[in-house]
Design a protein around this ligand. Structure first.
Ligand code: AMP
Ligand code: MG
Length: 339
């Protein structure tokens, strides 16, 4: 006899940048599938239209895989969640189109999800954190956020490029190569572990915000000039950039008095960053958690879970309001389930 199907299921679609991903979550937060297909540019950074073309090409396959992995059929799904923003226009639109098509065909509700809210919510779901200060560091975002009065508030953020982007740009300029399964950040982490000498680089924290573009420019100039070991440059880049985000996270923790510190986003996989954030948590006697990589990088499961939370609070997105929001900020989103 087949096991009984859970009563509520959300299929979530993530497509804000380089990853196209489909996840399936029960209404109780059990993740039944999380299939991620990453676009890897042959050279240079992410080209939004190229990434969107990748998403369109793999969408059918990724949706199918999510059903195969979960053992579910399309008719079992109760709602469709999708990343409505923030992100790259062509990429967001591709995911939204797939989501609208599925929801219309299955005649089920569509739920637009804020990508940053989803990162925080899946982090809480997977670690058991209830009300953390979150350091979210990825290829496209770098922010310190925490809940206050109905919304997640941004306590500090990058004024220019994201931490992951900073590492990726430096890696490309240094002539390093990434492959599927070994992203640039991980390549730098490995080299940095062999570095010993700290080379002075610009450290820029302004109030609670940070600037990383001067840092990557300076590090890149040094790599081009020669005279330093690449290992030392990677080490110094990591130490400088990670100290900046750690300083901001620590101040947000002290200010809010929260008892949990959550690290997420693709860069959260970095062991050195984890140890720096863990040290802050220990000093303040708060709980530290780094989200598992498959749920820390851009993934469909987080959209499915955030879709469940929003839907249960009445957050259905009618088709005519399902346009994508490229600059949709975290603190614009009500999170009534946190009240
Ligand atoms: P995301 O934008 O969340 O999908 O994450 C991608 C970003 O995480 C890219 O900038 C990667 O270089 C970065 N990343 C992945 N693994 C690591 C690592 N071990 N250390 C630092 N950065 C990493
Ligand atoms: Mg990504």
């Amino acid at each position: 006899m087949r096991a009984r199907k859970p009563t509520g299921l959300c299929l979530g679609i993530e497509s804000t940048a380089d990853d196209f991903s489909v996840g399936i979550s029960t209404f109780a937060g059990k993740i039944l599938a999380n299939v991620i297909d990453a676009y890897i540019p042959t050279e240079g950074g992410i080209h939004p239209r190229e990434a969107a073309r990748h998403h369109a090409e793999v969408a059918g396959k990724v949706v199918r895989e999510a059903f195969v992995k979960s053992g579910l059929k399309p008719k079992d799904i109760s709602i469709v969640g999708f990343s409505q923003g923030p992100g790259l226009g062509p990429c967001l639109r591709t995911g939204a189109t797939v989501a609208r098509a599925l929801a219309s065909y299955l005649r089920i509700p569509l739920v637009g999800v804020n990508h940053c809210v989803a990162h925080i919510e899946i982090g809480k779901l997977r670690t058991g954190a209830k009300n953390p200060v979150t350091l979210y560091v990825s290829g496209g975002n770098t922010m310190v956020a925490a809940y206050d009065a109905g919304r997640y508030r941004v306590f500090g953020e990058t004024l220019d490029i994201a931490l992951g982007n900073c590492l990726d740009v430096f890696a490309r300029e240094a002539g390093l190569r990434q492959s599927s399964g070994v992203p640039f950040g991980a390549v730098i982490e490995k080299l940095a572990s062999k570095g010993k000498n700290m080379i002075p680089l610009p450290y820029t924290v302004k109030g609670m915000d940070m600037s990383l573009s001067g840092l990557v420019t300076a590090a890149t100039a040094l790599v081009k000039k020669g005279g330093h070991e690449l290992e030392d440059l990677c080490y110094s880049l990591q130490e400088t950039a990670f100290s900046m985000v750690t300083e901001v996270a620590e101040r947000a923790l002290a200010h809010t008095g929260k008892k949990e510190l959550l690290l997420t986003g693709g860069v959260a996989a970095n062991k050195r960053l984890q140890s720096m954030i863990r040290a802050v948590a220990e000093e303040h006697i708060v709980k530290f958690d780094a989200v598992e990589t498959q749920f820390a990088i851009d993934n469909g499961a987080m959209i499915a879970w955030a879709g469940v939370l929003a839907f249960r609070s009445g957050g259905v997105t009618p088709l005519e309001k399902s346009f994508v929001k490229l600059k949709w900020r975290l603190e614009e989103v009500d999170v009534p389930w946190m009240r």
